[in-house]
Design a binder for this molecule. Structure first.
Ligand SMILES: *Cc1c(COP(=O)(O)O)cnc(C)c1O
Length: 353
Protein backbone atom coordinates (compact mmCIF):
# COMPACT_ATOMS: atom_id res chain seq x y z
CA UNK A 1 0.00 0.00 0.00
CA UNK A 2 1.21 3.50 -0.82
CA UNK A 3 2.65 4.93 2.39
CA UNK A 4 1.09 8.41 2.07
CA UNK A 5 -1.25 9.17 4.93
CA UNK A 6 -2.50 11.84 7.29
CA UNK A 7 -2.27 10.82 10.93
CA UNK A 8 -4.90 12.56 13.01
CA UNK A 9 -4.16 12.90 16.72
CA UNK A 10 -7.56 13.20 18.41
CA UNK A 11 -6.03 13.73 21.85
CA UNK A 12 -4.32 16.84 20.47
CA UNK A 13 -7.66 18.01 19.08
CA UNK A 14 -9.25 17.68 22.52
CA UNK A 15 -6.30 19.45 24.12
CA UNK A 16 -6.70 22.38 21.74
CA UNK A 17 -10.47 22.60 22.25
CA UNK A 18 -10.01 22.66 26.04
CA UNK A 19 -7.30 25.28 25.80
CA UNK A 20 -9.53 27.53 23.68
CA UNK A 21 -12.55 27.08 25.91
CA UNK A 22 -10.57 27.78 29.08
CA UNK A 23 -8.88 30.86 27.63
CA UNK A 24 -12.10 32.30 26.22
CA UNK A 25 -14.49 31.40 29.05
CA UNK A 26 -18.14 30.71 28.30
CA UNK A 27 -19.01 28.14 25.68
CA UNK A 28 -17.37 27.19 22.41
CA UNK A 29 -18.71 25.87 19.14
CA UNK A 30 -16.05 23.67 17.56
CA UNK A 31 -15.87 24.72 13.91
CA UNK A 32 -15.75 21.54 11.81
CA UNK A 33 -16.68 22.96 8.40
CA UNK A 34 -14.84 21.78 5.29
CA UNK A 35 -14.59 18.25 6.68
CA UNK A 36 -13.02 19.65 9.87
CA UNK A 37 -10.40 21.55 7.87
CA UNK A 38 -9.47 18.30 6.14
CA UNK A 39 -9.27 16.21 9.34
CA UNK A 40 -12.58 14.33 8.95
CA UNK A 41 -15.66 16.05 10.39
CA UNK A 42 -17.45 13.02 11.82
CA UNK A 43 -14.39 11.57 13.53
CA UNK A 44 -13.36 14.95 14.92
CA UNK A 45 -16.86 15.76 16.16
CA UNK A 46 -17.12 12.33 17.79
CA UNK A 47 -13.76 12.88 19.49
CA UNK A 48 -15.09 16.15 20.95
CA UNK A 49 -18.60 14.89 21.65
CA UNK A 50 -18.13 14.58 25.43
CA UNK A 51 -17.02 18.16 25.92
CA UNK A 52 -18.04 20.32 22.98
CA UNK A 53 -20.91 22.73 23.60
CA UNK A 54 -21.80 22.39 19.94
CA UNK A 55 -20.41 22.48 16.43
CA UNK A 56 -20.37 24.92 13.56
CA UNK A 57 -20.33 24.04 9.87
CA UNK A 58 -20.75 26.14 6.75
CA UNK A 59 -24.01 24.75 5.37
CA UNK A 60 -26.84 22.25 5.72
CA UNK A 61 -25.27 19.16 4.11
CA UNK A 62 -22.29 19.39 6.43
CA UNK A 63 -24.64 19.46 9.43
CA UNK A 64 -26.70 16.53 8.18
CA UNK A 65 -23.56 14.43 7.95
CA UNK A 66 -23.01 14.99 11.68
CA UNK A 67 -26.66 14.30 12.53
CA UNK A 68 -26.52 11.09 10.47
CA UNK A 69 -23.52 10.02 12.57
CA UNK A 70 -25.70 10.40 15.66
CA UNK A 71 -24.42 13.71 17.00
CA UNK A 72 -27.24 15.45 18.88
CA UNK A 73 -25.39 18.65 19.76
CA UNK A 74 -26.34 22.14 18.65
CA UNK A 75 -24.97 22.62 15.14
CA UNK A 76 -24.78 26.12 13.68
CA UNK A 77 -24.87 26.76 9.92
CA UNK A 78 -22.43 29.62 9.46
CA UNK A 79 -23.80 30.58 6.04
CA UNK A 80 -27.39 30.02 7.13
CA UNK A 81 -29.93 28.62 4.67
CA UNK A 82 -30.12 29.01 0.91
CA UNK A 83 -33.82 28.22 0.43
CA UNK A 84 -37.17 27.69 2.13
CA UNK A 85 -36.71 23.95 1.70
CA UNK A 86 -33.50 24.12 3.71
CA UNK A 87 -35.29 26.00 6.43
CA UNK A 88 -37.67 23.06 6.75
CA UNK A 89 -34.69 20.70 7.15
CA UNK A 90 -33.19 23.03 9.74
CA UNK A 91 -36.34 22.90 11.82
CA UNK A 92 -36.69 19.13 11.39
CA UNK A 93 -33.14 18.50 12.56
CA UNK A 94 -33.01 21.15 15.28
CA UNK A 95 -30.14 23.05 13.67
CA UNK A 96 -29.14 26.61 14.45
CA UNK A 97 -28.71 29.17 11.70
CA UNK A 98 -26.80 32.34 11.05
CA UNK A 99 -28.95 35.06 9.48
CA UNK A 100 -26.68 37.49 7.67
CA UNK A 101 -28.90 38.91 4.95
CA UNK A 102 -32.43 40.29 4.38
CA UNK A 103 -33.44 37.40 2.14
CA UNK A 104 -32.88 35.01 5.05
CA UNK A 105 -35.23 37.02 7.26
CA UNK A 106 -37.82 36.92 4.51
CA UNK A 107 -37.59 33.13 4.39
CA UNK A 108 -38.30 32.98 8.11
CA UNK A 109 -41.24 35.35 7.65
CA UNK A 110 -42.70 33.14 4.91
CA UNK A 111 -42.00 29.82 6.63
CA UNK A 112 -44.86 27.79 8.04
CA UNK A 113 -44.89 28.16 11.82
CA UNK A 114 -43.22 25.05 13.23
CA UNK A 115 -40.54 24.50 15.83
CA UNK A 116 -38.83 27.79 16.65
CA UNK A 117 -35.27 28.02 15.42
CA UNK A 118 -32.23 29.44 17.20
CA UNK A 119 -30.79 32.27 15.14
CA UNK A 120 -27.38 33.91 15.23
CA UNK A 121 -27.83 37.41 13.84
CA UNK A 122 -24.65 38.45 12.09
CA UNK A 123 -23.57 42.06 12.24
CA UNK A 124 -21.10 43.45 9.74
CA UNK A 125 -18.75 45.32 12.05
CA UNK A 126 -16.18 46.11 9.40
CA UNK A 127 -15.24 43.05 7.40
CA UNK A 128 -17.86 44.02 4.80
CA UNK A 129 -18.36 40.48 3.62
CA UNK A 130 -21.56 39.22 5.27
CA UNK A 131 -23.92 40.60 7.88
CA UNK A 132 -26.23 43.51 8.62
CA UNK A 133 -24.80 46.99 8.91
CA UNK A 134 -24.65 48.27 12.50
CA UNK A 135 -27.44 50.75 11.77
CA UNK A 136 -29.70 47.90 10.60
CA UNK A 137 -29.05 45.60 13.55
CA UNK A 138 -32.00 46.58 15.70
CA UNK A 139 -34.47 46.47 12.84
CA UNK A 140 -33.24 43.03 11.79
CA UNK A 141 -33.52 41.81 15.38
CA UNK A 142 -37.10 43.12 15.67
CA UNK A 143 -38.12 41.54 12.38
CA UNK A 144 -36.72 38.19 13.55
CA UNK A 145 -38.65 38.44 16.81
CA UNK A 146 -41.83 39.39 14.97
CA UNK A 147 -41.74 36.24 12.84
CA UNK A 148 -42.75 34.21 15.89
CA UNK A 149 -40.56 31.38 14.54
CA UNK A 150 -37.37 32.31 16.32
CA UNK A 151 -36.36 31.06 19.76
CA UNK A 152 -33.07 32.57 20.99
CA UNK A 153 -31.27 35.29 19.05
CA UNK A 154 -27.50 35.31 19.55
CA UNK A 155 -25.64 38.37 18.29
CA UNK A 156 -22.48 37.68 16.36
CA UNK A 157 -19.81 39.27 14.24
CA UNK A 158 -16.68 38.06 12.49
CA UNK A 159 -13.20 39.58 12.38
CA UNK A 160 -11.19 40.37 9.28
CA UNK A 161 -7.76 40.67 10.92
CA UNK A 162 -7.87 39.06 14.37
CA UNK A 163 -4.58 37.28 13.63
CA UNK A 164 -2.75 40.61 13.39
CA UNK A 165 -2.14 41.75 16.97
CA UNK A 166 -0.51 45.00 15.90
CA UNK A 167 -3.42 46.42 13.91
CA UNK A 168 -6.33 48.29 15.47
CA UNK A 169 -9.02 46.87 13.18
CA UNK A 170 -10.20 44.19 15.59
CA UNK A 171 -10.63 46.61 18.48
CA UNK A 172 -12.62 48.86 16.14
CA UNK A 173 -14.82 45.96 15.10
CA UNK A 174 -15.50 45.08 18.74
CA UNK A 175 -16.45 48.68 19.52
CA UNK A 176 -18.72 48.94 16.48
CA UNK A 177 -20.43 45.67 17.33
CA UNK A 178 -20.96 46.67 20.95
CA UNK A 179 -22.40 50.04 19.99
CA UNK A 180 -24.78 48.49 17.46
CA UNK A 181 -26.06 45.85 19.88
CA UNK A 182 -25.97 47.73 23.19
CA UNK A 183 -29.75 47.76 23.59
CA UNK A 184 -30.37 44.24 22.34
CA UNK A 185 -30.65 41.28 24.71
CA UNK A 186 -29.11 37.88 24.05
CA UNK A 187 -25.78 36.08 24.04
CA UNK A 188 -22.79 37.36 22.07
CA UNK A 189 -20.26 35.61 19.88
CA UNK A 190 -17.30 37.46 18.40
CA UNK A 191 -14.15 35.41 18.48
CA UNK A 192 -12.71 33.04 15.90
CA UNK A 193 -9.29 31.54 16.69
CA UNK A 194 -7.41 34.81 16.36
CA UNK A 195 -9.98 36.57 18.53
CA UNK A 196 -9.82 33.89 21.23
CA UNK A 197 -6.03 33.92 21.39
CA UNK A 198 -5.28 37.59 20.88
CA UNK A 199 -8.22 39.77 21.86
CA UNK A 200 -9.54 39.52 25.45
CA UNK A 201 -12.24 42.12 24.65
CA UNK A 202 -13.67 39.69 22.10
CA UNK A 203 -14.18 36.90 24.64
CA UNK A 204 -17.93 36.75 25.34
CA UNK A 205 -20.62 34.06 25.68
CA UNK A 206 -19.66 31.87 22.73
CA UNK A 207 -16.35 31.30 20.98
CA UNK A 208 -16.03 29.86 17.48
CA UNK A 209 -12.59 28.23 17.31
CA UNK A 210 -11.62 26.72 13.97
CA UNK A 211 -7.99 26.62 12.90
CA UNK A 212 -6.65 26.55 16.45
CA UNK A 213 -8.47 23.27 17.11
CA UNK A 214 -6.24 21.70 14.51
CA UNK A 215 -3.11 23.07 16.13
CA UNK A 216 -2.14 25.58 13.44
CA UNK A 217 -1.64 28.73 15.47
CA UNK A 218 -2.81 31.82 13.55
CA UNK A 219 -0.14 33.79 15.44
CA UNK A 220 2.69 31.23 15.53
CA UNK A 221 5.22 33.67 16.95
CA UNK A 222 3.21 33.80 20.20
CA UNK A 223 3.42 30.12 21.28
CA UNK A 224 0.01 29.44 22.77
CA UNK A 225 0.68 25.76 23.48
CA UNK A 226 -1.45 24.31 20.71
CA UNK A 227 -0.64 20.81 19.53
CA UNK A 228 -0.62 19.95 15.83
CA UNK A 229 -3.35 17.47 15.05
CA UNK A 230 -2.40 16.34 11.54
CA UNK A 231 0.86 14.74 10.50
CA UNK A 232 1.05 14.45 6.74
CA UNK A 233 3.57 11.76 6.01
CA UNK A 234 4.85 9.33 3.45
CA UNK A 235 8.06 7.45 2.72
CA UNK A 236 11.04 7.40 0.40
CA UNK A 237 10.30 4.91 -2.39
CA UNK A 238 13.46 5.23 -4.50
CA UNK A 239 16.91 6.80 -4.29
CA UNK A 240 19.23 8.02 -7.03
CA UNK A 241 22.44 10.01 -7.33
CA UNK A 242 22.68 12.93 -9.69
CA UNK A 243 25.92 14.61 -10.67
CA UNK A 244 26.79 18.27 -10.28
CA UNK A 245 25.12 20.24 -13.08
CA UNK A 246 22.25 17.80 -13.61
CA UNK A 247 18.64 19.00 -13.43
CA UNK A 248 15.92 17.34 -11.38
CA UNK A 249 12.22 17.06 -12.15
CA UNK A 250 9.76 19.10 -14.21
CA UNK A 251 11.11 22.25 -15.73
CA UNK A 252 14.60 21.42 -14.51
CA UNK A 253 14.06 23.97 -11.78
CA UNK A 254 16.58 22.42 -9.45
CA UNK A 255 20.10 21.90 -10.77
CA UNK A 256 22.56 20.07 -8.52
CA UNK A 257 25.56 22.14 -7.45
CA UNK A 258 27.37 19.02 -6.21
CA UNK A 259 26.76 15.28 -6.39
CA UNK A 260 23.35 14.92 -4.81
CA UNK A 261 21.53 11.94 -3.37
CA UNK A 262 17.85 12.33 -4.24
CA UNK A 263 15.00 10.61 -2.43
CA UNK A 264 11.73 10.08 -4.29
CA UNK A 265 8.71 10.45 -2.00
CA UNK A 266 5.17 9.18 -2.55
CA UNK A 267 3.35 12.48 -2.10
CA UNK A 268 2.27 15.08 -4.61
CA UNK A 269 -0.10 17.92 -5.31
CA UNK A 270 -2.92 15.46 -6.02
CA UNK A 271 -2.67 14.59 -2.32
CA UNK A 272 -2.95 18.24 -1.39
CA UNK A 273 0.72 19.00 -0.90
CA UNK A 274 1.19 22.44 -2.51
CA UNK A 275 2.92 22.54 -5.87
CA UNK A 276 3.94 26.15 -5.25
CA UNK A 277 6.71 25.42 -2.73
CA UNK A 278 10.28 26.37 -3.69
CA UNK A 279 13.49 24.37 -3.39
CA UNK A 280 14.54 24.29 0.25
CA UNK A 281 11.06 23.87 1.74
CA UNK A 282 11.47 21.91 4.99
CA UNK A 283 10.49 18.28 5.54
CA UNK A 284 11.65 15.82 8.19
CA UNK A 285 13.16 12.49 7.19
CA UNK A 286 13.39 9.89 9.95
CA UNK A 287 12.91 12.83 12.33
CA UNK A 288 15.87 14.77 10.83
CA UNK A 289 15.49 18.14 9.11
CA UNK A 290 15.74 17.95 5.32
CA UNK A 291 14.52 19.85 2.29
CA UNK A 292 12.53 19.50 -0.89
CA UNK A 293 14.45 19.88 -4.15
CA UNK A 294 12.80 20.06 -7.55
CA UNK A 295 9.19 20.76 -8.43
CA UNK A 296 6.43 18.92 -6.63
CA UNK A 297 4.62 16.75 -9.17
CA UNK A 298 1.17 15.16 -9.06
CA UNK A 299 2.05 11.95 -7.22
CA UNK A 300 5.66 12.42 -6.18
CA UNK A 301 8.13 14.89 -4.85
CA UNK A 302 11.89 14.80 -4.35
CA UNK A 303 14.04 15.48 -1.31
CA UNK A 304 17.75 15.96 -0.70
CA UNK A 305 19.24 12.98 1.15
CA UNK A 306 22.86 14.04 0.66
CA UNK A 307 23.39 14.90 4.33
CA UNK A 308 21.43 11.88 5.59
CA UNK A 309 23.53 8.79 4.81
CA UNK A 310 21.29 6.53 6.91
CA UNK A 311 18.15 7.54 5.05
CA UNK A 312 16.97 5.40 2.14
CA UNK A 313 14.06 3.45 0.77
CA UNK A 314 11.37 3.21 3.44
CA UNK A 315 12.56 6.24 5.40
CA UNK A 316 9.62 8.09 6.89
CA UNK A 317 9.02 11.58 5.51
CA UNK A 318 7.00 14.13 7.44
CA UNK A 319 5.61 16.84 5.14
CA UNK A 320 4.04 18.66 8.09
CA UNK A 321 3.24 17.84 11.67
CA UNK A 322 5.19 18.13 14.92
CA UNK A 323 8.60 18.63 13.33
CA UNK A 324 7.55 20.70 10.34
CA UNK A 325 4.85 23.20 11.29
CA UNK A 326 2.14 23.42 8.63
CA UNK A 327 2.45 27.20 8.97
CA UNK A 328 6.03 27.00 7.63
CA UNK A 329 4.96 25.03 4.60
CA UNK A 330 2.08 27.45 4.02
CA UNK A 331 4.45 30.38 4.17
CA UNK A 332 6.77 28.68 1.67
CA UNK A 333 3.80 28.09 -0.63
CA UNK A 334 2.56 31.67 -0.31
CA UNK A 335 -0.68 30.65 1.38
CA UNK A 336 -2.14 29.89 4.81
CA UNK A 337 -2.37 26.69 6.84
CA UNK A 338 -6.17 26.72 6.45
CA UNK A 339 -5.85 26.13 2.72
CA UNK A 340 -3.24 23.39 2.99
CA UNK A 341 -5.22 21.47 5.61
CA UNK A 342 -8.55 21.69 3.74
CA UNK A 343 -6.86 20.55 0.54
CA UNK A 344 -5.60 17.23 1.88
CA UNK A 345 -7.16 14.47 -0.19
CA UNK A 346 -6.51 11.02 -1.65
CA UNK A 347 -4.30 10.04 1.30
CA UNK A 348 -5.64 7.74 4.00
CA UNK A 349 -6.69 9.40 7.23
CA UNK A 350 -5.50 7.33 10.23
CA UNK A 351 -6.79 8.24 13.68
CA UNK A 352 -5.21 7.83 17.06
CA UNK A 353 -6.86 8.55 20.37
C1 LIG B 1 -14.66 29.60 9.70
C2 LIG B 1 -15.26 30.51 10.70
C3 LIG B 1 -14.78 30.54 12.02
C4 LIG B 1 -13.52 29.82 12.45
O1 LIG B 1 -12.43 30.64 12.09
P1 LIG B 1 -10.92 30.27 12.49
O2 LIG B 1 -10.14 31.43 12.03
O3 LIG B 1 -10.60 29.03 11.75
O4 LIG B 1 -10.92 30.08 13.96
C5 LIG B 1 -15.45 31.31 12.95
N1 LIG B 1 -16.53 32.03 12.59
C6 LIG B 1 -17.01 32.06 11.33
C7 LIG B 1 -18.19 32.89 11.00
C8 LIG B 1 -16.38 31.31 10.34
O5 LIG B 1 -16.85 31.34 9.09
Amino acid sequence: MRPARALIDLAALRHNYRLARRLHGGRALAVVKANAYGHGAVRCAQALAQEADGFAVAFLEEALELRAAGLQHPILLLEGVFSMAELGEVMRHGLWIVVHHEAQIEMLERAAPTAAVNVWLKINSGMNRAGFLPAAATHAWERLRATGKVADITLMTHFARADEPQVITTAEQVARFDAATARLPGARSLANSGGILGWPAARRDWARPGILLYGADPMPEQHHGLEPVMTLESAVMAVREIAAGEPLGYGGRFVAERPTRVGLVAMGYADGYPRAVPDGTPVAIDEEPARIIGRVSMDMLTVDLTGLPDAGIGSRVELWGRRVPVNRVAQAAGTIAYELLCNVKRVRLSYSD
